[in-house]
Structure formats: structure tokens, C-alpha cells
Design a protein around this ligand. Structure first.
Ligand code: GDP
Ligand code: ZN
Length: 311
């Protein structure tokens, strides 16, 4: 069986002292039957609780505020889009792709540049100004030098966060630096459960074999939420290494560019003449002028058009 660790938020009358403790839970078979997948981060209803053994059964899943697909986490409050100023250097096209993907989730996010100690002040100012022109206000820090953390930590307090970004920018390093360093003590009853059921804790991958074909072994990543100081959680697995833009449509792409949002707002109450305007210089379009990322917008629009035609 697959176990999930559930933290008690509301306990039955008289059992309030169990708030904040853990229960090791299996998922009720009926939930699986109706294809209600329980994600890490879900708020769940637990029944059949054995308070002494700290076990229970997940019987229902409450409505989700948000959902990230990669890694699979529910009720995410914020994304950290992480890039580095050097090794590797920011690529405007890649940066734009990640920003568009982040915008398309609808989850608030903060853009963070790591490895500040590798560059000079001018480089930092250069990226700050350039991103300002795109409509963003990034944070700058160094995981190695442990500098510039305060603003980010304050922002993440009490929230559930997923770190995303290309490889090599320091996502795993950042996650390790932000998480609580407390290990579970050996006296804690949950420790024994963890030992017996090491499968659900840690970074191991869980391989599953398809029952239908008996082959096609695929690997599911196991995600855990790590507590952070000041409350809140951080997913131990970083996300979207390669933004797929699958949630972005020809029409919604424009909404993922702050520059276009700003131009549309500035022209209110006037709108583009055509309701389905994709701002390609159509007659009566209010999105005008020269702006830096317009070529990226066009490229991505092309890519999405091709995808939508194939589908
Ligand atoms: P990920 O692929 O995004 O998860 O990146 P990692 O966390 O694995 O880090 C990639 C490399 O960048 C490692 O060699 C880290 O030691 C290094 N790194 C992480 N943070 C910093 C930093 O602030 N400064 C420097 N110079 N290197 C860093
Ligand atoms: Zn238009």
C-alpha cells in the first residue's frame, strides 16, 4: 500500500492535543475507484483513526485552491521562478518561457536570481532594469554566500511553495537552504513508522508496473512537502524543468505578458477592434509600439498555433 503522511489540523472534541501531529494514512479504495487522486498538499478528511498507533484512512479530498502538475502538488500558494546571474547566465528567451509558464498557472510567483556573488553590481542593475521593463521586480540572492534571503523568507512564510527553473541555477541548493533543518527525533513515534515505511519519505522514486499491459514500467516521482521556518511548506522536488506551455492558448498567451496587459489597460475603455485579436498588427489593435519581448511573443504564438492545429 501507499502511505501518505497527514498532519492533523482539526481534531475531534477532546482530542485537540493531537493537532499538529502526524498520521500515517492509506487512501480509501473507493476514492481510487472514482479516480480521485490524492496529491501532496491536499486537505483531506481522515477516518478510522487509531490515535495510539497514529494511523488512519483518507476518506475524502477537499476542493483545491490550486494545482501544479510538475511536481504534482495541490494548494500551492506561490512559485519561486529561479534563475542564476551566471553559470548559467540568464537567456531572455528561456526566461520568457518560464515566466509565461508561471503566469499560466494563475499562482502568484516571485522571480529570483541566484549566484549574485559571481557578478558585479552593474550586472545586477542591468537585470533589475531589464526585468522592470518586462513588468517584473526580481529578488537577488546567493545561496552559497547565504545572502539576500530575508525578503524571500518573509514572502514564503505560512505558504506552500514550489521552486521552478532550468537546471543548474541552484534550485536544490535553495530548497536545502530554506527548509527547516530539524530531523525527526528517534523518540518521536512517527520515527518508527518512517523506518517501517521508508517508501513515503525521502527522495526515492516509486516505480509502478502497469497492470493492464504488465510492462511499460513508468516511474512516478515522489514529492514531499518540507516545513520551513516561520510556518509553511516547500516542495522537496523542483518543478518544470522544460516548460511545456500546454495550458497556454492562442488567446491566453497575451495575458501572460505584463507588457500587453499594461498596454490594454492604458487604452481602456478602448479595446482591440476584434474580440479575438492576438495583437499581430491587426486593424484596430491597441497593442502597439516597440517592446523588447515582442519577438518572443510572436515565436510562442506560432508554436501554440501549430500545436492547436495538430490537436
Ligand atoms: P539545480 O539543478 O537548479 O537544482 O541546481 P543545484 O542546486 O544542483 O546547483 C547547481 C550548481 O550551482 C551546484 O554546483 C551548486 O553548488 C551551485 N550553486 C548553487 N547556488 C550557488 C550560489 O549561490 N553561487 C554559486 N557560485 N554557485 C551556486
Ligand atoms: Zn490587439
Amino acid at each position: 500500500a501507499n502511505f501518505m503522511r497527514v498532519i492533523v489540523d482539526v481534531a475531534p472534541p477532546g482530542l485537540d492535543h493531537h493537532r499538529g501531529s502526524d498520521l500515517l494514512c492509506v487512501v480509501r479504495a473507493l476514492l481510487k475507484k472514482i479516480r480521485r487522486r490524492v496529491l501532496v498538499g491536499d486537505r483531506v478528511l481522515v477516518g478510522a483513526v487509531d490515535w495510539a498507533d497514529r494511523r488512519g484512512m483518507i476518506e475524502d479530498v477537499f476542493e483545491r485552491r490550486s494545482e501544479v502538475a510538475d511536481p504534482p502538488v495541490a494548494n500551492v500558494d506561490r512559485l519561486v521562478v529561479l534563475f542564476s546571474l551566471d553559470q548559467p547566465r540568464p537567456e531572455p528567451a528561456t526566461l520568457t518561457r518560464f515566466l509565461v509558464e508561471a503566469e499560466s498557472t494563475g499562482i502568484p510567483f516571485v522571480l529570483v536570481f541566484n549566484k549574485v556573488e559571481l557578478v558585479d553590481e552593474q550586472t545586477i542593475a542591468y537585470w533589475r532594469d531589464r526585468l522592470k521593463g518586462w513588468g517584473y521586480d526580481p529578488l537577488f540572492l546567493s545561496v552559497d554566500k547565504q545572502s539576500g534571503f530575508t525578503a524571500l523568507e518573509e514572502m514564503l512564510e505560512g505558504q506552500t511553495t514550489v521552486v521552478v527553473g532550468p537546471s543548474g541555477v541552484g534550485k536544490s541548493s535553495l530548497i536545502n537552504a530554506l527548509r527547516c533543518n530539524q530531523n525527526i527525533s528517534e523518540e518521536d513515534p512517527i520515527h518508527k513508522l518512517l523506518e517501517q515505511n521508508s517508501k513515503w519519505f525521502g527522495e526515492q522514486r516509486v516505480g509502478t508496473v502497469s497492470k493492464k499491459s504488465g510492462k511499460g514500467k513508468h516511474t512516478t516521482r515522489h514529492v514531499s512537502l518540507l516545513p520551513i521556518p516561520g510556518g509553511g511548506f516547500l516542495a522537496d522536488t523542483p518543478g518544470f524543468n522544460q516548460p511545456s506551455l500546454m495550458k497556454v492558448t492562442k488567446k491566453s498567451l497575451a495575458e501572460t505578458f505584463p507588457e500587453i496587459r499594461k498596454m490594454l489597460k492604458e487604452n481602456e475603455p478602448s479595446k482591440c477592434l476584434f474580440n479575438d485579436c492576438v495583437h499581430l498588427g491587426e486593424h484596430g489593435c491597441v497593442v502597439k509600439g516597440v517592446w523588447e519581448r515582442y519577438p518572443y511573443y510572436l515565436q510562442m504564438l506560432d508554436e501554440i498555433k501549430i500545436r492547436e492545429e495538430i490537436q
